[in-house]
Design a protein around this ligand. Structure first.
Ligand code: RB5
Length: 152
């Protein structure tokens, strides 16, 4: 199950991607927004990313105007590795090397054609593991360490 979320700046691109997921019979859950009214991207980042943390969804596709704000918000959720991409190479390697679980796209940056290629690449590329696992583990340690600092 793929979690989907956007603000108003990413809404139209999100609708194009939803159409693509439906054509490919890929299951998704849309956490909003549901129209073009102005809204705040962190609200949708946290809803979609929580579904990953809770095990309801495996990955998320998030959209805002640039893809940047929503990726910054997503990366604040422990367990989330969100990558804002506008080229296919990065969308591929963030899966291969970073085991990214969230792809963020800018509705005002990438066109629908490129966005669908980015989504397909992201959803079909497996994490390579090996030496990259050690690095991803170090990212997880940063989260654990900053949580224990907050509690002390
Ligand atoms: C909204 O105008 C815009 O700031 C938002 O979609 C996004 O681009 C933020 O990073």
């Amino acid at each position: 199950m793929i979690a989907i979320g956007s603000d108003h700046g990413g809404y139209e691109l999100k609708c194009c991607v939803i159409e693509y997921l439906e054509k490919k019979a890929i299951e998704y859950k849309d956490f909003g927004c549901y129209d073009r009214s102005s809204c705040d991207y962190p609200d949708f980042a946290v809803k979609a990313c929580s579904a990953i943390v809770e095990g309801i969804c495996d990955k998320a596709l998030l959209f805002c105007g640039t893809g940047i704000g929503i990726s910054i918000a997503a990366n604040k959720v422990p367990g989330i590795r969100a990558a804002c991409c506008s080229d296919v190479f990065s969308a591929k390697f963030t899966r291969l090397h970073n085991d990214a679980n969230v792809l963020c796209l800018g509705g005002r940056v990438v066109g629908a054609g490129l966005a669908l290629e980015l989504v397909e690449t992201f959803l079909t590329t497996e994490f390579e593991g090996g030496r990259h696992s050690r690095r991803v583990e170090k990212i997880k340690e940063i989260e654990t360490n900053s949580r224990s600092r907050q509690n002390n």
